[in-house]
Ligand binder design. Structure first.
Ligand code: ZN
Length: 262
């Protein structure tokens, strides 16, 4: 099978609005393809009448002790995977200016969101994820990744107001709620925490048959409507938020939330 055919088979079409989480390692284990070819395939199918979004997070927080990096929108490399960096540098792509959680954008979305986008709640209201929520025909495409990379989970935490939605669990890393870029400092609220527990939400959706895995060789992917993630997510996050934390003693960030809120 060709990679384009795989994308079509799992549901990708012209004019859709998609956010992509990906593991190039997993993709290239199933398809003989380069990073540039992956990005071109996505653009060819969705076309510029649709929208493609990749997270290009850099986590440039100010710290109370020790060194910290300063975000440079043009030169700071994405820390969330090779394909996100390849996409960021590809033709027609702009990058938002959040020092901690920037996104790379291509297609129609650029009419609504420009380079200056940097909400004080980086993955909450007025973020790219908020935009996706209010669009028809919007999807999360996960190529070879599980829900521990589902940025949308952080949006659900904020909107569902899980008990720790505005509590930063990164004190132990000396992280302050301030983003730092070459354009200055930005005070932040609703700092995204640990995402590993989102895999329990994934299991729940699989068990209930709300989502399904699309396997090909060793690659397994999801193509999920944002509307479904939102509707089921709000319910799950409001009632099962305790399941969103890592097991006791395995994660300092989640332990600090558990101590304070559970
Ligand atoms: Zn954790």
């Amino acid at each position: 099978m060709k990679f384009d055919d795989y994308l079509f088979q799992i549901g990708l079409r012209e004019k859709q609005k998609i956010i992509v989480h990906s593991s190039f390692k997993r993709i290239s284990a199933a398809f003989a393809i380069s990073p540039d070819e992956v990005i071109n395939s996505l653009k060819d199918i969705v076309t510029s009448n649709g929208s493609i979004i990749f997270p290009t997070f850099t986590y440039c927080f100010k710290k109370s002790a020790g060194d910290y990096e300063i975000f440079d929108p043009e030169n700071s490399k994405s820390k969330v995977g090779l394909l996100s960096e390849t996409f960021r540098l590809s033709e027609g792509v702009i990058r938002t200016s959040s020092p901690t959680h920037s996104f790379a954008l291509w297609g129609k979305i650029k009419n609504d969101i420009d380079e200056t986008n940097s909400p004080e709640s980086p993955l909450g209201r007025e973020s790219v994820l908020d935009w996706l929520t209010h669009q028809q025909n919007s999807f999360v495409l996960m190529l070879g990744t599980d829900f521990s990379s589902l940025s949308y989970g952080h949006y659900l935490e904020v909107i569902s107001k899980v008990p720790w939605f505005d509590f930063s669990p990164w004190d132990y890393l000396n992280v302050l709620p301030i983003g730092v870029s070459i354009n200055g400092e930005q005070k932040l609220k609703e700092i995204p925490g640990c995402a590993k527990g989102f895999v329990n939400f994934e299991k729940y959706l699989l068990d209930k048959k709300f989502i399904k895995k699309h396997g090909y060789k060793s690659l397994s992917s999801y193509f999920i409507k944002i509307q479904l993630l939102f509707d089921e997510g709000i319910k799950y996050f409001q009632t099962h938020y305790d399941k969103l934390l890592c097991p006791i003693g395995s994660c300092q960030a989640c332990d600090s939330r558990r101590r304070k809120f559970l």
